[in-house]
Structure formats: structure tokens, C-alpha cells
Write a new protein. Sequence first.
Length: 432
Amino acid sequence: MVRSAVRRFAVQVLVTVLAVSGVAVGTAAPAAAQTWPVEGEQSPSAFDCDHLYYSNFRSGMQFRADAAGDAEIQNTVISKRAGSGLPDYWSTNMALGKDPDSGRPAAFYSSYTSANRTLYKHVSGTDQVTDQIAAGETRQLPAGVNWGGLAADPNTGVLFGAQNGGAPKLFGMNLSTGATTVWTRGSNLTPVPSDDPVFRGGSLVPDLFVDDEGGAYYGISYGGSTYVYRLDPATGTTTRAVEVTGPGSGNGFNNYGMAYFHGSIYLGYYGGALYKVDPRTGTSTLVPGGNAQDNQVGRITSESGGSWPITDLASCSIAPNLTSKLVVRKTASEQTAKPGDTVRYTVTVANEGDAPAPAAQLSDDLSAVLDDATYNNDAATTTGGTPTPTQPAYDGRKLTWTGAIAPGDTVTMTYSVTVGKPPGGDKSWPTS
């Protein structure tokens, strides 16, 4: 008799590069070579994609990481004015990404004042901030959306930003070329589903992060709660991804910072508190230890943030598509089998999210089966009883299916194996 065992299997959403669709509002600005001295905890200042960052309107800081890799409240300085010239409020908004010129980690900053729409860049390993963003050229952020938070996509080189509250209004700027697109509720930013009451009636929570399919995430405050939405830059559509619950949800607009880091969403309350959100459940918890401004360590401290010790959060981390909630289940027709018996497997992948999964990949490794049984070369996938446009491929060890799964749809993959006479392996095979 062959007994059952448990085996893992994987679902992946592949990276898809999307073109930006929307209202183009600008290109590259004329060059105006300016640099200013800054200092950080290290000399020269160095930072990376392995930490969470935050800004007040005068300095940029790095949260320390604990033993598990999560952000903790202690923090050190990475960008502090060391001379004159940089205007006050220059670092209100902050993003972490890649320098378009060198590919090194870079912090991007902007002011919340409407009179200063300049984008600033601080490249890791240097002690200077510059307004030359790419190839010696400067960048001016779009009017009205330069003061509500920033996020940089290190894969695509797009900088995203948002206006400071009110009706959702977002922009995307190609850092290398300066080409910019603006999306606005009531115009070219459209919800899915179209009657979404949170999107239509809520106010923007001003910060963003990105995912591995080119999407950008932002917050909406509605009915005393906080929600996280995804923008698809290719279509201008936006879909709810996460409903935040717990102590961080009620802060709404006052969560000036939002970033994705080490598998979690972080919210930065303008008063200095930091919250960690599980993107799978939406549950938020307070990061212990007090407020950020009271936990600066190291040889230097930041300039005072006054009443706004956190004005933005930043991270190089890239989230998965949080709107494509794929749930995988697997069953076997037999829990025990005799030599010569056929065992049939059924694997289902359900999209329980509100957005399509355009390039879902299901992989089922048969290695633990093939020592005792033979694959019958009969794998097939269906949706609602209809064969899917693509069918599973088999490489001698693993079955792989790739395709699109619409919201609410389920893809079912079936296949069978025949137990050997006698079984030649460990006489155990997975049933889930």
C-alpha cells in the first residue's frame, strides 16, 4: 500500500511591462546645474534597498531593520543639509529608487510648496543633492500634484506622485525623459467596478508604492477607514487592493507616509508613529518603541520636523500585484493506492480579487510522485468547463500552466498518474 504525504506547489504572477496611458503633460526641463552639500550617518552617505526610509520636510532618514528584517522605530540620517542653498521644506516628499544615470540607489525629494516644483536627487555614496535628475537635465513636477508623496519604480524608472488629499489625482514621470502623465478622478482615472463608493466618495491619502507589474498604490480615506488602491498606468483604471483595519486605519489622511517593505505595507503617521499592515488581511499594528523623532540614533540627528516629524515613507521594495488574490487548492482521488491503480489530481486556482491576473503561472512539481508512479500525459486546464486558450506544458518533472484569470474565475487543472508494479520509490506520494 502506498501512503499519502504533503507536497508544496507554487503560483506565481509573472512580471509584465506595461505602457503608460493617460494625459501627457510635460517632457524634460532645461538643464540648470546645481548641487548642494548634505551629510548622513555614514561618510559619504550610503543607503540601500534593504531598509525603510522616511522624511520630515527638512531631512531624509533610514529606519533600522530588526533581526527578522522588518522595520523598527530606531533611525539614522541619510540626507541632512550641510550648507546653504537648499530651500526649507525641500525634502517633504521622498522616494527610493535607482539613479537614471548610474543605476545606483537614489533618494528623490520634493517640496510641498506650490512655488517649488523641483525634483531633487541624492545618490548613495555621495554627500551632495542635485537637481540634475538624468543626463544633466532637471525635472519639474506637475503643478498641483507635487506635494502629496512620491514613489519610484526601480524596474521601470517611473516616478509616481499624488496630490495632497482631496479627490484622487496622481502622476507618473519617466525619470530619464521627463515624459509625464496625470490621472484624475472624474476624468481618466476610472474605478473597477465603476460604482465603487469608496473611490467615488473618498479622499486621497498622500503617498504611494509600486508593484512588479508596473502598478502604483495609493490610499483613500472613507468613512473613518483607510483603503489601499492600485493604479494600472496602462489603462488608467484603479482597483481596491486592501482594506486596512486596526489602529492605523483611522488616521486616514494623516498617514502622510505609505510604503511597501519586507512583505508588509507601512503607514507613517504625521505625528511620528509607524504602523505595519499585513497586505493579505489588512490588519495593522503599531511598530513598538514610540515615535520616529524620539528614536534617532547615531552621530548626527536630523533637522527638526516640527509638527510633522513624518511627511513621507519610502522604500525600493516592490510589491506583488495585491489585487490579484489567487487561491490554490489541490486534491487527489485516492488517499491510498495499490500497484497499478490510477490516481487523479485536481488543482484549482481561483482569482478572489477585484482585478484580473493577466499572466498567472501555476507550477506543479511531480518529483515526489514519479519515483512510485508514471505520469499519464493527460493534463488539461478548463475554466467553467471550457478548455483554456493555453494548456499545461510538461518538462519531464513539472507541469506548468500560464494564462489570464479574470476576477471571480477559477482555472482547474487535472491530470493522473499510475502507480508502478511494484512502486520503485519511497511508496509515498503527495495528495495536496
